[in-house]
Design a protein around this ligand. Sequence first.
Ligand code: ADP
Ligand code: MG
Length: 218
Amino acid sequence: MFLQVENLEKNYGTTKVLRGMNFSIQEHESLAIVGSSGSGKSTLLYTIGALERPDKGRILIDGAELSKYSDEKLARFRNQFIGFVFQFHFLLPSMNCMDNILLPAKIGKHDLKKVKVRVHRFAKELGIEHCLKKYPFEISGGEQQRVNIIRAISLAPKLILCDEPTGNLDSKNTQVVIKLLRDVAEDIGSTLIVVTHDSSVSESFHRKITIEDGQIIS
Ligand code: ADP
Ligand code: MG
């Protein structure tokens, strides 16, 4: 198994947000996570991506238990192996979109030339090449979302985690984005996990889990 979630519990103060979750995913599989607002989808994704530590239980990625890593080792692991698409896209306002996209590559000291070639290809596929030299405030919410997606996949991560990646997009662009994510995941051989409200999105994944009140109900 590439990813194993075992008896996972996560609390914020006295609020029990994840109440004992178990599931696993094989390499190359794609998984949709659905559930109503407040059910714990984002918290689950953040915990899988090691942006939050579990209170109980554990998460294994490729056999490694990330919660045992030091902060520094974790940061390096995340940079190299995980691409995260945030629900509220966190682009830095003082940098143009290309520089935003290249930030993880610079931090991880990757080959910028190579990454740039990949970025241009993705930008073309998503129809936002004209945005690369612009600043985030100069482009629309939907365009920002696609910039955010390109940043997440720019380093060909083994695990791609997306929190409502099509939340601001019309149905045409939703399909384009989902297809790109699926194609990229297939190309790289990465595992793709997407949180979504949109049933037209969840249908195109290998597997789907529904969570309610911090538990998997199906
Ligand atoms: P979803 O993504 O399914 O809408 P979330 O994972 O964002 O749900 O939130 C699940 C529950 O956890 C909600 O009740 C929310 O208020 C609470 N929660 C999420 N993040 C925090 C936080 N950082 N501090 C306190 N409570 C939080
Ligand atoms: Mg959420």
